[in-house]
Design a binder for this molecule. Structure first.
Ligand SMILES: Nc1nc2c(ncn2[C@@H]2O[C@H](COP(=O)(O)OP(=O)(O)OP(=O)(O)O)[C@@H](O)[C@H]2O)c(=O)[nH]1
Length: 298
């Protein structure tokens, strides 16, 4: 896209969305990773982004340098500049040094996708709240199934483009009905909250964890091998089996069963197919006695 086109797009967006006394402000919108849905107002002329604490916009992505680059605002136009980062900055998957950003462009640094939008601060706030509500599970505060599917499609595209592998791990609390029946529904809720927290700690920035159903969680690992996924699942399984969850002085034992499917890009037909395969493995883990990990290899 040439710069004339992108200027026109920005002008159109600005004029069509400006209302009386409410100037539109540029925002950086995070499209993937742990900060998905977050919006940063670009308040300065130069807004440094990176994973270091001294960056104006801190993005917890290990593949982003401490001071990775900056978003520069000049005469109402937003530009992105790379500060010689290790992994580079990309606009629509093209590595750049310093370039103007159009409204339709996707910016990538490390494993994090972003875009620029113009909006009123009140609009940004309510959008973020709406986004949170639509994509976050209320009980556990991790992404919900809807968010997982959207993110999963993006990950599948990344995997195909880079010819890497994609791994899905499904995990389900064993005999959860019994936990509810024995200790009460609020205690069951507490187990789910703590499990989400434990699983979340195991995730890298480029991985995705979601609550997939009632007592079922799903993980999507970018580029991990089957062996790495197995090590991860076994580690969590053991931790959970050793732990006593606590709720109002009750000590609640719980175990997890896991199903793993790890495939190279060429062998993945669709996101659904790899999820179904992981689900088959999970079924096998349940059938074999629970509190274990099974792998689907077909
Ligand atoms: N506390 C609580 N329970 C939930 C929630 N969502 C689903 N459940 C319960 O999870 C239980 C799932 O039970 P089942 O599908 O029979 O499975 P299970 O008892 O875990 O048995 P296996 O999966 O075969 O080991 C049901 O009793 C649901 O009511 C929730 O948000 N909170």
């Amino acid at each position: 896209m040439d710069s004339l086109q992108s200027d026109t797009q920005i002008d159109t967006a600005l004029s069509s969305r400006t209302t009386e006394n409410a100037p539109l402000e540029p925002y950086l919108v995070i499209l993937s990773g742990k900060h998905i849905g977050k919006q940063f107002k670009l308040t300065r002329q130069k807004n440094v982004f990176g994973r270091g604490h001294d960056a104006d916009i801190i993005i917890a992505d290990p593949k982003i340098s401490r001071r990775h680059g900056a978003f520069i605002i000049k005469a109402g136009v937003v530009m992105v500049e790379d500060y010689g980062s290790t992994n580079g900055t990309y606009i629509d998957e093209r590595r750049i040094d310093k370039e103007k950003i159009s409204l339709l462009s996707r910016i990538r640094a490390g494993g994090t996708y972003m875009r620029i939008d113009y909006k009123k601060p009140s609009e940004a706030q309510s959008e973020q709240a709406l986004y949170q509500a639509a994509n976050t599970d209320v009980l556990t505060q991790i992404p919900n199934r809807r968010a997982f599917v959207i993110r999963g499609q993006e990950e599948l595209s990344f995997c195909k483009r880079n010819r890497t592998s994609l791994t899905v791990i499904m995990c389900d609390v064993d005999h959860f009905k019994k936990i509810n029946d024995t200790f009460g529904h609020p205690a069951g809720d507490q187990v789910l909250r703590e499990l989400a927290e434990m699983l979340n700690k195991e995730m890298r920035t480029e991985d995705t964890l979601a609550r997939y159903g009632g007592e079922e969680f799903i993980m999507l690992l970018r580029g991990s091998s089957e062996k790495q996924a197995l090590i991860l699942a076994e580690r969590v399984r053991e931790k959970v089996a050793r732990k006593a969850f606590e709720y109002q002085h009750l000590r609640i034992p719980a175990t997890l069963s896991f199903g793993i499917c790890s495939r190279q890009s060429a062998y993945i037909d669709s996101l659904e197919s790899i999820i179904r395969a992981a689900d088959r493995a999970l079924y096998q883990a349940k059938k074999n006695g629970r509190n274990q990990v099974a792998i689907e290899r077909d």
